[in-house]
Structure formats: C-alpha cells, structure tokens
Design a protein around this ligand. Structure first.
Ligand code: S3P
Length: 437
C-alpha cells in the first residue's frame, strides 16, 4: 500500500511568477503508444512527468517496445518503434490509476495476435470499460471483464472495421477505436455527437496516418483505413492545459495576480477553460501562438480581476470535464457562483468528483447543492481552512489546494501524493507562485 502524505496549504495574497507546465498528459499517452507501433525511432521531449504516462510507458515495455529516458533529461523519451506487431507480454499490463492507458491501449492490443491481461489499481478497477468492450468486441476482439470493469483479458487478432456512433462523449474511446481501426480490414468510421478532444486524430496524422475528419452538427466524424504504417516522430509535448488550470484558477482568486504561462497547449478542443475564465473576468492575453505537429501552442499573460459567475452545461461540460473540479472549488469566491450541469461523467472519474467536491467544499463551510449530473455553488461565500481528503484523486487534491489559498486559516489535504498522477511538482510550484507577504 502506498503511504499517504499530507499537504498543508496556508492562505495567500496573490499569485505571481511564471510557470512552465509538464507535457500534456493526453498527448503524452498517445505519442508513447503510437511511437511504439511506428516504424523507426521517435523522440518525445517534455513528456508528461505524471505517473499515468509512466504507466503507459511501462505497458509499452511489457509489449516489447524498447524505450529509454534520454541522458539529456528524464522527460525526454527515446522510443524504438516495433511497427504494428507487438510482442506477447509475459506479465499483466499494469495501467495503474490510468483510465487513458487502459482504454486507449485496449484498441492496440485488440489488433495483436495474442492475449493481454490489463489490470489497474483500486480506483481504475471501479471504472466503466463497457464503452470500449462493446465496440472492440464488435470489431472481433475477445474481451473478458468483471461485469464491464477491469481487469480486462483481451485476445486480439484480425479485426473488421466498424461504423460506430459513440453513446458516451469520450475522447479516450474515440482514440481507442481509431487505434483499433489501424489493425482492421477496411475503413472504420467513428461518430461523436459532442466534439471531444482531438489529440488522437492530430497525433495519428503526425505519425503519418491518413484520416478524414468532418464536422457533423455539434460533433464530428472520423474515418480511418486499416493497415496504414506509422513513421517515427520527433516532437516536443506542449504544456498541459488541464494542469495549468490550477494556476489559472489560483490567479483568478486574487485581483492582484500576475502569471506568465509559456508553451501551453491551446488546442481549441481543450481551450474552453480560457474562454470561460475570460468571460468570468480574468484577463488573459495570448502573447505567442505557434502550431507544432498539428497542436496549437501559445504563451499566456494572466492578470487577476474580480470574478463573475458561470453556468457550465451541454457541450461545455464535456469540453471542461477535467477542469470542472477546480472551477467548482473556487466557485464560492465568484460573485454569482457556478452551476455545473450535464456532467454525470464526473461520477466515474478517478473518484466520484461531484461528491468529492461537494464534501470538501462543505467541510470548508460552503453551501453546495449536489445533483446527479452536477453542482450548484452560490457565489459570495467565504471558506475556512479544514482537513480535507483527496479521495485518492489527483485533480481533487490540486483543486482544493487552490481553494485553500483564499480560505481563512490553514488547510490540510490528506492523500496529497495523488497529485503525482498527473503533476508530481504541483505543490512545490504552487508554493513558489503563492505570494504571502
Ligand atoms: C482524456 C479524456 C477524458 C479526460 C481524461 C483524458 C483523453 O476522459 O477526462 O482525463 O486523454 O482522451 P473521457 O474520454 O473518459 O471523457
């Protein structure tokens, strides 16, 4: 069992400084998987430092992919691609806490002529996998699970293409099926009714895969032909926007904040947070914008201001799914509060994030209305320091470290080590940016 650690957060007066984010988690996973099935070497700079992306690398190693961390730095990964045929693993593929690893990699192992056992930690073992089991089985994979939950035993082989309309808005499922589509006979077509992050599509193209994309209403269609070969990639992973969200929200708590964020991922399917924070009153200037391997990367200059409220619903709830916990955690400090609807997916993340946010805000003295698919948190409330639990969830630990900066008195967060799932240096960086005198 892992030892639990406590983080103590003292109130701050503002946020000041510059923060260089670790590589985006979503892109790091996809690059590592595609580099493994590419032909020839890849070099991935600023690869995510989070434990989740290390889980993906561990699984790729178990599947016979050779990779190493470069002498230049721990976050530079050199991968020797094997092409589409991986090696049968001699042990279980341990996905740790990472739903992305299990769901997306299941698409790749479904195309392999061997059996893989995919396992995860206690939290991952509670998460729904039916969303990948059903379409992958329709493509021809044989999958055993524990009533739709991990572990998954996947026997792959020759797959047939499918035409699939996803019932749940999930970029992980979309990427899983596009990856499986590479091993299928014919053309796979995936339709989503709500647009989700498109890093799978963008990454596939960067590795030399041809695919067709079309907007359909509020969603999209992607088509991919099987049998395409991937070439290696040399790329730098842009800074993680979902990790930046914690510092942006921290800056938003104090009108006097000044924050610079260079090299940040600004892909439009991820950047809705910036619109919402600007609508709420935060000043954000984009001082540089480049396109790197199909991904927009920018630098931000942020100034705190008084925060209005917001309603997050419909397509926005899918677009902001990872940022809702921190937005909700700062909601009491906004003028009109924050209402979140259409976000029941939050109940099946690393923790039940709706319940976790409501529990912690109440411990800090806030009034919160908890609903099946969201939360309503009134503005103009003050919070007091309290003893909180991370519920073993990295985003809950970090969200409440942010809220604690404007609470009265000290806050202790139990299970703070879970931040390392996506951002090991988070608490140190927050301390460096917090102004206290
Ligand atoms: C992710 C998609 C989202 C998100 C997760 C990462 C991805 O999950 O919550 O942190 O990289 O595709 P869903 O696909 O379950 O919505």
């Amino acid at each position: 069992m892992k030892t639990q650690s406590e983080a103590v957060i003292r109130p701050a007066r503002s946020i000041r400084g510059s923060v260089q984010l670790p590589g985006d988690k979503s892109i790091s996973h996809r690059y590592a998987m595609l580099a493994g099935i590419a032909e020839g070497p890849s070099r991935l700079e600023n690869y995510s430092t989070g434990a989740d992306c290390a889980s993906t690398l561990g699984c790729m190693r178990s599947l016979g992919v050779r990779w190493q961390r470069s002498a230049e730095g721990q976050n530079v990964i050199e991968v020797q691609g094997r092409g589409l045929s991986l090696a049968a693993p001699s042990m279980a593929l341990d996905c740790g806490n990472s739903g992305s690893t299990m769901r997306m990699l299941s698409g790749i192992v479904s195309g392999q002529k061997f059996t893989s056992l995919m396992i995860g930690d206690e939290s991952l073992s509670r998460r729904p996998m039916e969303r990948v089991i059903k379409p992958l089985s329709a493509m021809g994979a044989e999958i055993e699970s524990q009533q739709g939950k991990p572990p998954l035993r996947i026997t792959g082989g020759s797959l047939k293409a499918i035409d699939y309309k996803m019932p749940v808005a999930s970029a992980q499922v979309k990427s899983c099926l596009l990856f499986a589509g590479l091993f299928a006979d014919g053309e796979t077509r995936i339709e989503e009714s709500v647009r989700t992050r498109d890093h799978g599509e963008v990454a596939l193209r960067s590795f030399g895969v041809q695919l067709n994309r079309k907007t359909i209403g509020a969603g999209s269609e992607v088509r991919i032909r099987g049998g395409q070969r991937l070439h290696g990639l040399e790329a730098r992973v842009p800074g993680d926007l979902s990790s930046a969200a914690f510092f942006l929200c921290a800056a938003a708590l104090f009108p006097g904040s000044q924050l610079v964020v260079p090299n940040l991922l600004m892909n439009p399917t991820r950047a809705r947070l910036l619109d919402i924070l600007m609508q709420m009153g935060l000043h954000i200037a984009v001082t540089q914008l480049d396109e790197v391997h199909g991904e927009l990367v920018g630098s931000l200059q942020v100034e705190g201001a008084k925060l209005k409220g917001s309603t997050i619903a419909g397509a926005d709830s899918a677009a902001l799914i990872d940022e809702i916990p921190v937005l909700a955690a700062i909601a009491p400090f906004t003028e009109q509060g924050i209402e979140v609807r259409d976000a029941k997916e939050l109940r099946v993340k690393e923790s039940d994030r709706i319940a976790a946010v409501a529990t912690n805000l109440r411990k800090m003295g806030a009034e919160v209305e908890e609903r099946e698919d969201g939360l309503k948190i009134a503005g103009g409330q003050s919070l007091r320091g309290a003893e909180l639990d991370s519920f073993g969830d990295h985003r809950i630990a970090m969200a409440f470290a942010v809220a604690a900066l404007r609470a009265d008195g000290e806050t202790q967060i139990q299970g703070a080590e879970s931040a390392a799932i996506s951002y090991p240096a988070f608490f140190d960086t927050l301390e460096e940016l917090a102004v206290r005198i």
